[in-house]
Ligand binder design. Structure first.
Ligand SMILES: Cc1cc2nc3c(=O)[nH]c(=O)nc-3n(C[C@H](O)[C@H](O)[C@H](O)COP(=O)(O)OP(=O)(O)OC[C@H]3O[C@@H](n4cnc5c(N)ncnc54)[C@H](O)[C@@H]3O)c2cc1C
Length: 596
């Protein structure tokens, strides 16, 4: 049974980032910790009571394809209706279209809860939010008026249609055609892997489709964005005839069985009617506008599933009795495995890394809030640059860790982890997709070393590292856990500085050389940033304990996590950085024919 980590979310939002920091954006001037707490508690109740109970059945029974359309996994339709009724679809969107405009830091916390409770369900509101964001930024006033209120209210859902059989990472090779037809277009082509591309949760689905208008240039510069509704909309706003979009099949997948992954055929006959969004040939650019939010949303899935895996493993370890661990034991009999040092090590790895990832994810979300809303233009620009820098790290570091930690969760269960009954296997299967969709780990790392670090010659990274150093200088506690966490973070900053210098030097000779060590560089960065946030967390926790907090158990567990992170996780930054320094030639000089 999943329990939303409301206390830790509150810690990061209110104590680590801080209520006044959230309020510094004029749009969130009314924000209060009390309101945020109320939303978090209500979300926890919904996730635990509605979404978690259908997680396992969703995996077992999955969504079903029929010739008349896809039928959602059992219970998903009712859960979605309750989700809509609770107003959860409206939280993030702008009040102009019926949304509540909560800060990203809050919506990111909520999305973690939905993803932990039921990743397959969470993808539907997530993709809808992506479509809403694309339309909000780039749609015409008429398009916004027609589509956004219904998508925000949850009456209709949305999808993102990028991928085609020959166009995965390389979107420049998209072939779906758009033929002008008066003031609209007719689309022909096939999209694959479209999440919630068809379902029976709502009467209409708004597909955001990338296609090439006839005569447009080849490659990325010839792609346009279209709105293609599943059901056409009459002038009075009522639903009309079905559009020419057909779900040909759904994929049989490793995980997230409750989420229909659809092959969609556009234009079997006269062409699917589509409405151009913004200007012709700027479709990919529009997609990039919403990329940060989408990548953050998938990054948090990594730690959301790590949290679920941790809870499953900890529950198991508290009840599975096996052997005699080296602890005082008056009965002399066997004890639960949680007392074995190696099981403790595995659980601490899961807990501390998850906390570090959550802290980084919410810190990055806060930077996005400041970057779009801070009244001071210089602060806005600095926060936007920091958000840009952090997003690929959050996406790839959190999801790669999510896979490793969910695997460790299986290990804690022993043989029963491999058996579906415990649910640990489902968590591992479900999290596996997160390093792949919304840009694979390799693509995030290329983005980090290219656009985010290479382009400004390490300026944004350098600024972050000097702020971290100053922050660590200010941590004066004599508490042993805090000292360990602070030293590990300070050491990490030095390691990341050197890794950045080494990356830039290798890029100077040939920018492509850095691609060989992009992922180890990204992992160095994630590990070090995690160490910094854990050191800050430890310092806050020690302060609270010294001040006589009534929540000493929570704060002591935070200190234990931070100390463990400092001693077991942070040191890995050194190994990654050694690869950054020495690992290029073994990749670059090895011809592909020597590998396979
Ligand atoms: C369950 C699921 C849901 C999805 N949902 C959606 C959706 O809703 N909408 C949508 O449009 N798409 C969706 N996708 C598609 C997803 O975004 C792509 O699968 C992903 O972008 C990778 O593309 P690909 O599968 O073609 O892999 P490929 O591009 O073939 O990549 C294969 C490998 O090569 C590496 N690689 C490729 N190019 C480079 C490069 N330039 N540099 C370094 N490494 C490289 C990749 O990192 C990867 O390891 C979904 C996919 C799945 C499986």
């Amino acid at each position: 049974m999943y329990h939303a980590p409301v206390r830790d979310l509150r810690f990061v939002i209110h104590e680590l980032v801080g209520e006044s920091a959230v309020r510094s954006c004029p749009s969130f001037a009314d924000y209060s910790a009390e309101t945020a707490d109320a939303i978090l508690s209500e979300a926890a109740r919904f996730a635990e009571g509605v979404l978690d109970p259908i997680n396992k059945s969703g995996d077992r029974d999955g969504a079903k394809w029929t010739p008349d359309g896809v039928i959602a996994a059992p219970g998903f339709k009712e859960a979605f209706a309750k989700f809509v009724e609770g107003g959860w679809t409206t939280l993030k969107a702008s009040p102009e279209f019926g949304g509540q405009g909560v800060p990203s830091i809050i919506s990111t916390a909520l999305e973690e809860i939905w993803a932990s409770a039921n990743l397959a369900f969470k993808l539907c509101p997530m993709l809808t939010a992506g479509a809403i964001e694309a339309l909000s930024h780039c749609g015409s006033p008429a398009q916004k008026k027609l589509f956004l209120p219904k998508m925000v209210s949850g009456e209709w859902t949305g999808t993102m249609n990028l991928t085609e059989p020959q166009a995965g990472t390389d979107l420049g090779s998209i072939r779906t055609r758009a033929v002008p037809d008066g003031n609209r277009h007719r689309l022909f082509g096939q999209k694959i892997f479209i999440t919630y591309g068809d379902h029976d949760l709502t009467p209409n689905i708004v597909h955001m489709v990338l296609a090439r208008i006839e005569g447009s240039p080849p490659g990325t510069k010839g792609i346009s964005l279209f709105i293609v509704p599943k059901v056409l909309i009459n002038e009075d706003g009522s639903l009309g005839a079905p559009n020419e979009v057909r779900c040909v099949s759904i994929e049989h997948k490793l995980g997230i069985h409750g989420s229909p992954t659809c092959v969609l055929a556009y234009g079997d006959d006269k062409g699917a009617i589509g409405h151009l969004v913004g200007e012709q040939n700027r479709g990919l650019e529009y997609m990039f506008i919403m990329m940060n939010a989408a990548r953050l949303s998938v990054g948090l899935e990594g730690y959301a599933l790590a949290e679920r895996a941790f809870q499953q493993a900890a529950d198991w370890a508290k009840t599975r009795v096996q052997g005699k661990p080296p602890v005082p034991n008056p009965s002399g009999g066997p004890l639960p495995i949680i007392h074995h040092p190696d099981v403790k090590r595995m659980l601490l790895t899961m807990k501390s890394t998850t906390e570090a990832m959550r802290a980084l994810g919410l810190y990055a979300a806060h930077q996005l809030d400041l970057g779009s809303d801070h009244p001071d233009a210089a602060k806005r620009a600095a926060a936007a640059a920091r958000g840009d820098l952090l997003i690929p790290i959050v996406k790839a570091w959190s999801t790669e860790n999510g896979v490793e930690l969910a695997s460790l969760g299986v290990q804690v269960h022993g043989g029963m982890g491999f058996i579906e009954e415990t649910g640990a296997a489902q968590t591992l299967r479900d999290v596996r997709i997160t390093t792949i969709y919304e840009g694979t780990t390799g693509i995030q790392a290329n983005d980090l070393i290219g656009r985010k670090v290479g382009r400004d010659q390490g300026a944004a990274m350098g600024l972050l590292l000097s702020e971290i150093s100053a922050d660590l200088e200010g941590i004066k506690s004599s508490n042993a856990a805090v000292s360990a966490a602070r030293s590990a973070a300070a050491e990490g900053v030095q390691i990341l500085k050197e890794a950045t210098a080494s990356l830039l030097a290798s890029q100077q000779s040939d920018p492509k050389r850095g691609l060989a060590i992009a992922v180890p560089y990204l992992k160095t960065a994630g590990t070090v940033l995690g160490a910094w946030l854990m050191a800050r967390s430890a310092s806050i926790a020690a302060g609270e304990i010294e001040a006589g907090s009534k929540e000493s158990e929570y704060y002591n567990s935070k200190l234990a996590s931070a100390r463990f992170y400092a001693e077991h996780i942070a040191p890995m930054a050194l190994s990654y950085s050694r690869i950054v320094k020495n690992g290029i030639d073994s990749v670059v000089s090895t011809d592909a024919t020597l590998i396979a």
